[in-house]
Design a protein around this ligand. Sequence first.
Ligand code: FES
Ligand code: MG
Length: 572
Amino acid sequence: MPERKLRSGQWYDGQDRNAYIHRAWMRRGVPGDAFGRPQIAIANTASDLTPCNAHLSEVAASVKNGIYEAGGVPLELPVVSLGETQVRPTAMLWRNMAAMATEEMLRANPLDGVVLLGGCDKTIPSLLMAAASVDLPAVVVPGGPMLTGTFRGTPLGCGTDVWRLSEEVRAGTLSQEQFTRSESAMIRSRGHCNTMGTASTMALVAEALGTVIPGLAGTPAPDSRLLEAAHATGRLAVDLVAADRRPSTFLTANSFRNAIVALAAIGGSTNAVVHLLAIAGRLGVELSLDDFDRIGSSVPVLVDLLPAGRFLMEDFHRAGGLLAVLREVRDLLDPDALTITGQPLVSYLDDAPIWDPEVIRTRAEPLVTEGGIAVLRGSLAPDGALIKPAAASPELLRHRGRAVVFDSIEDFHARIDDPELDVDADSVLVLRGCGPKGYPGMPEVSNMPLPRKLLEQGVRDMVRVCDGRMSGTAYGTVVLHVAPEAAASGPLALVRTGDVISLDVPARRIDVEVTEEELAARTPSEATVAGYANPRRGWERLYVDHVLQADTGADLDFLLGSSGSEVSRESH
Ligand code: FES
Ligand code: MG
């Protein structure tokens, strides 16, 4: 191991009063010879209010052992944790805050490297954004998915089956009592959602990006192999300091290309688009919305997991996991993109068999021939919008219909089940005021429930358009992330009920069939503007004033880029 001057030495080296202070207060709980060894933070998002991450303190204990064993000093750093199902108005509002707080605490403290422990949707993205901006050696341990729960003999997929069961109740095919009873069966064990939702997606994408020890992501949370890998990651973190392997040294545009290929091949969540754009924005890597379509849209979906398919993450891990998937699309991967180990991602693919071709398909027999995420543009979304064709109904991918417009989610809930609502199966449901500024925080409301009267007629999907996001566990023909959002003066604010909207996914278009002149002459109605958030103070005010649009990752304008790990002036 070559001798490197440690960053933490700027606190601990020397004999003066300040070095004395820094050491004296830290002697509690660390060995006498701790100073002068790499100081490794374990950024831990464990929290009782983030059930998906509640087990991470056990994972942290294994990481600690590995760090000590390799000669470093582990220091647990609790960081902002975001429980996707609990946090209001949406965990996404706090992603940038979590990233900012983590970045600043890593910079402010005597640290040389960091192990990032995340799981639930926003936690890995916020940790990676922080690591990119402080640019200290950093490696992720994804907390892993929960085991498969069953209800009345049938597996339950978190998220996806909640949407499905609640629609069944609304359609009258499942009793309220059974629905309530299924509640205790939904979450079988520790770990994050077990569908190919955002948490699973971001863990796998983090591995494809190179920030996780290859082969680890997707290991179920209760699996012993998670702790083994956590131990190995602790050891690796110490080596990273010696090698000075900081995010900026190996995360390149090619790493993001690999992440996009992986995202498409696993049939991952649309949320990964905003998260990857935000992480790239911190690194200064050129990445655009169009890259997702250009690189990813022709990649076949190989993973048969809910919401696009049938199985769950436990099956995925058993079937060979991410490396088995990547092996099938090896030719699409960048051969030079490195991982955190210093070895190229592709070097891990030689011995990565598919153990169950039902769950992980071969390239010859994909689940969907062209998966990925399609980027749409047009008069309704000049800066872009997304659709996940694999989760949509094929017959709706080209569709024209009359808009039925809602100004807020409250307006939507108040009217959607009204028997008098003028809506039919061909209508296009439009919901606005749900973008980063408008809500605020861009919640997962784009997959609007269908009108009850249409559900009762057997309608199971309709075209929906929204400036919000949708849960990675959701499905349907949903055009989302419309940019600019209504509250940022996007044309979505000007659409009226009755306007014809045309969706043409093969042509990558989403348009409102109103002339340019007429659209330009319109102004948003009072009800539309009243639907936009206008926070008085605090983080929400800061967020609304500074948040960027979805097409660039919805980060705050002043958080783009990196400030590095420069040590600030002394406090005494
Ligand atoms: Fe935490 Fe789904 S609620 S991952
Ligand atoms: Mg989610």
